[in-house]
Design a protein around this ligand. Structure first.
Ligand SMILES: CC(C)(COP(=O)(O)OP(=O)(O)OC[C@H]1O[C@@H](n2cnc3c(N)ncnc32)[C@H](O)[C@@H]1OP(=O)(O)O)[C@@H](O)C(=O)NCCC(=O)NCCS
Length: 148
């Protein structure tokens, strides 16, 4: 089973939106237009993970200063638990570090245990909370990963 992670641009927005729709509840899904717009913004980048050459997940990030950000990270349900998420996060952190970022911020739902463990393994720690951040009223935790 081979997992690869490579940069991807706005031309793949429809594919990324399809993965996002399968990975998040429908009221949180990002459409292709929004993803394409995001990938056109300065400092923003996309990463596509493939398992045995089939799309398995993706991440969007931005890194244009000392402070980078994970914008989204999604792995298709059938591809989970095999290291795809970890591969995407590692590639995103490497990209941010390569662009000179010193720290990476992200938001995660308090109840999202798989994501919280993935981020904790990468050294994330809680630095804040955004109350009622998600459409369902759940709080988001703000996490920071130090790159240096
Ligand atoms: C969170 C998500 C990206 C993880 O992707 P994944 O490919 O399954 O993760 P990996 O297989 O690389 O696992 C990496 C680590 O994450 C944690 N993890 C993954 N799935 C987990 C689960 N079901 N329960 C607990 N921890 C889990 C573990 O710490 C795991 O490392 P370990 O196996 O050595 O213990 C995936 O579940 C997903 O897309 N969820 C829906 C979208 C989402 O919540 N995105 C994050 C928004 S902030």
């Amino acid at each position: 089973m081979g997992i690869t992670t490579n940069p991807i641009g706005a031309e793949a927005a429809a594919l990324l939106a399809a993965i996002h729709a399968e990975s998040f509840p429908s009221n949180q899904a990002w459409d292709a237009e929004a993803i394409a717009l995001m990938l056109g913004l300065p400092g923003h980048f996309g990463l596509l993970a493939q398992m045995d050459e089939a799309p398995a997940g993706f991440a969007l990030g931005q890194a244009q200063s000392m402070e980078a950000e994970v914008l989204t990270l999604a792995v298709l349900p059938e591809a989970r638990g095999k290291g795809v998420g970890q591969g995407l996060l590692t590639a995103l952190l490497d990209t941010a570090a390569g662009r000179g970022a010193a720290e990476v911020f992200l938001e995660v739902a308090e109840a999202n245990a798989p994501a919280r463990r993935l981020y904790a393994k990468a050294g994330a720690h809680e630095v804040g909370r955004r109350r009622r951040y998600y459409a369902d009223g759940a709080d988001a935790l703000v996490l920071r990963i130090d790159l240096t």
